[in-house]
Design a protein around this ligand. Structure first.
Ligand code: ATR
Length: 289
């Protein structure tokens, strides 16, 4: 609760930049967190078209923003505008968090932090075996984090060429979906594809096909395995529904979103994030489909 006039001339501003930005869930959770702690911060959302990214970022710095969440389609191109970046941003090639300190921009990848924070609550990662579905930006972040923690990682992707590119970049095995079907030997399964973020789209990977048909389900799953779905738009995706009740300990995408949001909150404000408040607010704003 704030016991002073708000907003006021000292109010600090953080925001999400992207294009388009119509369904930004971070807006609610960050503002709820600021309010809960009585912080003199305000979180906004701004649409910056791709061709105006550099100018837009500059304008935000001049305006005095403290931090930015960077969403599609700017996660790669923002890197060229940064003064400094973490090794994770450099290796992954994507940045979704920018901290502005005395006019200098420092880029982070909070997806890595969000995924690892949630997975570590469920399992040890060192020397565990993980299979990651997908080879886009989200997959690169998860793969980077898992490798840093000492996991053995295999990547499967619909488009084999993209899988191979990721595999070569990180020095790991990577295949097209059809080339692989033995999920038994994995402790952790991650959906890092975009399947589930839009309506009416099924995953075409072998694991999901097997699950949809219900075939071989018993031999595929053991107790104590962990699944992570990076899709955060709703409570349950087809992927999490399929894995529920099959012995998997599930990390939902919205849990990962809150964990990465908590990291941003602490980076931008210097205060410990009220995670429960942020989570409750986010859940109210998830899609119902
Ligand atoms: P993000 O940055 O969110 O990871 P992206 O870079 O567009 O988004 O990557 C989307 C990922 O989801 C890709 O791995 C994509 O597979 P392709 O490389 O074959 O395009 C995967 N994907 C998207 N739709 C899919 C579907 N219906 N079935 C399986 N994989 C899909």
């Amino acid at each position: 609760m704030r016991n002073y006039p708000f907003p006021n001339p000292e109010t600090k501003i953080c925001l999400t930049i992207g294009h388009p930005v119509d369904k930004q869930k971070s807006l609610y959770m960050h503002n709820a967190g600021y309010e809960a702690l009585g912080l003199n911060y305000l979180y906004l959302v701004r649409d910056i078209p791709p061709q105006q990214l550099a100018q837009g970022v500059n304008a935000m710095i001049q305006f005095g923003v403290s931090g930015m969440s960077v969403t599609m389609p700017h996660k790669v191109n923002i890197i060229a505008t940064l003064d400094e970046m973490t090794p994770a941003v450099e290796k992954i090639g994507a940045c979704n968090t920018v901290h502005v300190q005395e006019g200098k921009t420092i880029g982070y990848n909070s997806d890595v932090i969000g995924a690892l924070t949630c997975l570590k609550k469920k399992t040890e990662l060192k020397a565990r075996r993980a299979v990651v579905l997908g080879a886009g930006g989200a997959a690169r972040s998860v793969v980077y984090g898992l490798l840093e923690e000492g996991c053995e990682v295999v990547v499967l992707n619909r488009t084999q060429k993209k899988a191979q590119l990721l595999g070569n970049d990180f020095g790991i095995r990577a295949y097209g979906f059809e080339a692989w079907n033995d999920y038994r030997q994995y402790d952790i399964v991650v959906n890092a594809t975009s399947v589930g973020s839009r309506r009416e789209e099924d995953c075409t990977c072998r694991l999901c096909k097997l699950l949809y048909r219900g075939e071989e389900a018993n031999i595929l799953f053991d107790e104590n395995k962990v699944a992570l779905d990076v899709v955060f738009q709703r409570n349950q995706t087809e992927f999490t529904k399929l894995l529920q009740g099959k012995g998997y300990n599930i990390v939902y995408g919205h849990e990962m979103l809150v964990a990465q949001g908590a990291f941003q909150f602490e980076l931008f404000t210097g205060h410990q994030a009220p995670v429960e408040v942020m989570y409750t607010e986010l859940k109210k704003n998830l899609e119902s489909w």
